[in-house]
Each structure stands twice: as structure tokens, then as C-alpha cells.
Design a protein around this ligand. Structure first.
Ligand code: HEM
Length: 353
């Protein structure tokens, strides 16, 4: 039954839960835009029903999304959503399992978030990125060299999924001898939750990270893990926070980049003239990367937030304890396609460069 209220512009209350509830796909697949449009059904903040029984509020409109992402009352702490989580039988996943034990910035609120983020942000320097550039090029060339003699490839499996894992391994300082298994576990951890290999991959990665931290502590290098170990003391990080933060970098940097590469390639295949333009003018590539991010977001929605108090977003009251999703995927689409009355978005490398 409805336990939230939607407010109309005139301040009139409308009980909206039954009207707007809809079946939300965990992964909207090939055309998420249509799925999100169906979910909204004309209502900017809508309560959806997931296959696992949870009923998060879905925020898609630009102004609402900005307000929600900046609102400290929408917390990363699932304890605020305990009632709904327990009712859905998901306490193990959210409150007691591996996710609950994660101590990293993605599941933290300030001041912990500030402290945990500082550790990583301080290490992502321009110098470190610039130094990594030639190695990224080399890794890319090696992947392409393996494909070239075959003459054909599955772009996702043979390239898009491989490159981010290898670059992260480089950034973190994973030794060459461990790279194959590191890459396998990283890839397994991206599989859908119901696939048993996903949990196996995540667990193996967790064990490996703990092991490599020990090795780097004994013999530090120039890599990110060694730097994080060294600055750990200043930022008062526990061992668990350190290991969890490293795991976050592996997971957060992997799937997002896979999707960026895949979406970018698809956009170029659909628009060969733009592909030709990039071949002729490689100086447009940096702008093109920004454009791909805008054109089709690699992330369908941000991670879950939980209302620590009643929060009003636009004209909808989100009651304390509710789970909230913000969908940037839909935002970029609305901004660039719907608001401009287009059916298909033109890619604009030159403008973005
Ligand atoms: C195309 C590439 C990427 C995209 C589109 C992307 C997108 C995002 C988004 C939307 C969030 C916010 C999630 C939320 O608050 O719910 C996020 C957070 C984060 N991402 Fe990425 N990401 C990308 C690449 C990377 C890479 C390469 C790394 C590291 C190697 C990384 C590390 C992180 C971390 C540590 C956070 C947590 C930040 C915080 O809570 O303050 N991401 N990313």
C-alpha cells in the first residue's frame, strides 16, 4: 500500500504509489532510454518495484537529480533503509554481507567519506596520469597486435573488457606474473549478481588485495598501492579501509571504462562519417572521449542512497527510510535528445574538442 505522497504543483496531495509503481529492470540492456521513459510514465520522481522486492524512488530529471546528489540527508548508509531491506529478505546482501563490510568512500558519508576520499584523491595526480600514458598506449597496442593477424574480433571480449583491467593493474602495481589471474577476477566480479562466478571473483580479488598489500608493505614500489600504504598513517585509515579502498578502485574503474569503450565504438559504427573524421583528425580524440561520456552515459544510475529523514525532491516527498536511485543515464538523454526535440543525437566531436 502507498506510504508516500506526491504533491502536485498546486500543493494538492495525491497518493501515487499504486499509480506510478512499475517493474524496474536491474539492467535495462540495449535501450535503457525507452525503459526509463516507461518507468517515469510522465512522473519525474517515481517509485519503482525491483525484481528483488525493493521499491526505490527513481530520480531522472536534471534539477531533481542535482538536488538529490547534493542533499546530505540522502545517505549512503543502508542502515537507514533497514526496514524495507529486511522486509525484502535482503539483510544478508545490504546489512550483513560483503557490501556491508566494505569500508570505502562509495558507501560512506562525511566525515568518513572526506577522510577516505582524501587518501585516493591525493594520489591521482596529473603527474601520475601523465606517467601512465605511454604504458596505456603500449598495452593498447599489444591488444590490437593480438587481434590484427586474426582479422576479426569481438570488440567487447577481446578489447573493451581487457584494457581497463590491465591499466588498473599497471596503476596499482600488480606484478606481471599475477596479471592473468587479476584480470580474470576483475572480469568475473563484473558478472551479474546471480552468477556464482561473480562472488568467487570478488572473494578472490579481496584475498589477493590483502596479500599484495602485505607484499608492497615489505617491498614498496612507485605504484598507487605503495603510495596509499605510505599515506595511510596520516589519514588514520584502518587496514580494512585500506584494502576496501583498493578493491573499490579495481571495481569502480573497470565496468565504467568497459562501457565507455563499448558505447563509443557503437556510436562510431552507427555514424561512419564521424569515425572517418576521427581517423583523419586524431587531434579530435580527447574531445571525442568527453563527447562519448555525454552522448551515452557509461553508468545507468548512481549507487543507492537512503533517506535519513523525509526529503522533498521537486514535488515529491520521499519518506525517511526509502531507497533512492539517481539515473544520470537518463539525464544526459533528456538533456540532449528530448529537450532538443531530436530523435537521434548527432555526435559533435569538433564542438566538444
Ligand atoms: C568512464 C569512466 C568512469 C565513469 C563514467 C565513472 C562514473 C562514476 C560515477 C557516476 C560515480 C558516482 C557513484 C555514486 O555516487 O553513486 C563514480 C564514483 C567513483 N569512481 Fe568512477 N567512473 C569512471 C571511472 C573510474 C576510474 C577509472 C576509477 C578509478 C580507477 C574510478 C573510481 C571511482 C571512485 C573511487 C568513486 C567514488 C567517489 C566518491 O564516492 O567520492 N572511476 N564514478
Amino acid at each position: 500500500m502507498a506510504e508516500y505522497t506526491e504533491y502536485s504543483g498546486a500543493g494538492m496531495r495525491i497518493a501515487a504509489a499504486e499509480r506510478f509503481e512499475a517493474d524496474f529492470k536491474e539492467d535495462a540492456g540495449a535501450d535503457p532510454h525507452e525503459h526509463y521513459a516507461a518507468m517515469r510514465g510522465g512522473c519525474p520522481v517515481v517509485r519503482v518495484r525491483k525484481g528483488n522486492g525493493l521499491r526505490p524512488f527513481l530520480i531522472t530529471r536534471y534539477a531533481d537529480a542535482k538536488a538529490a546528489l547534493l542533499d546530505p540527508r540522502l545517505s549512503k548508509n543502508p542502515e537507514y533503509g533497514r526496514e524495507e531491506i529486511v522486509a525484502a529478505g535482503l539483510a544478508e546482501v545490504f546489512l550483513e554481507g560483503a557490501a556491508a563490510l566494505a569500508d570505502n568512500m562509495l558507501v560512506a558519508d562525511p566525515p568518513d567519506h572526506t577522510r577516505l576520499r582524501k587518501l585516493v584523491a591525493g594520489q591521482f595526480t596529473t603527474r601520475r596520469s601523465a606517467e601512465l600514458g605511454p604504458r596505456v598506449q603500449q598495452i593498447t597496442d599489444e591488444l590490437i597486435d593480438a587481434i590484427a593477424p586474426v582479422g576479426r574480433a569481438d570488440f567487447m571480449a577481446d578489447f573493451a573488457v581487457q584494457l581497463p583491467a590491465l591499466v588498473i593493474a599497471e596503476l596499482l602495481g600488480v606484478p606481471d606474473s599475477d596479471r592473468d589471474r587479476f584480470r580474470l577476477w576483475s572480469q568475473e566480479s563484473l558478472l551479474p549478481q546471480q552468477d556464482p562466478r561473480q562472488l568467487a571473483g570478488l572473494s578472490a580479488l579481496a584475498r589477493y588485495v590483502a596479500e599484495i598489500v602485505e607484499r608492497k608493505r615489505a617491498a614498496p614500489g612507485e605504484d598507487l598501492i605503495s603510495a596509499m600504504i605510505e599515506s595511510r598513517g596520516e589519514d588514520r585509515l584502518t587496514e580494512r579501509e585500506l584494502v576496501s579502498s583498493i578493491r573499490l578502485l579495481i571495481i569502480a574503474g573497470h565496468e565504467t571504462t568497459v562501457n565507455l569503450l563499448g558505447n563509443g565504438m557503437l556510436a562510431l559504427l552507427r555514424d561512419p562519417a564521424q569515425a572517418d573524421l576521427l581517423r583523419e583528425r586524431p587531434e579530435l580524440v580527447p574531445g571525442a572521449v568527453e563527447e562519448f561520456l555525454r552522448y551515452e552515459s557509461p553508468v545507468e544510475r548512481a549507487t543507492a542512497r537512503f533517506a535519513s529523514q523525509d526529503v522533498r525532491i521537486g514535488e515529491t516527498l520521499i519518506p525517511r527510510g526509502s531507497m533512492v536511485y539517481v539515473a544520470p543515464e537518463d539525464l544526459t538523454y533528456q538533456q540532449s535528445v528530448l529537450m532538443r526535440g531530436l530523435t537521434r543525437l548527432p555526435i559533435r566531436f569538433q564542438a566538444a574538442a
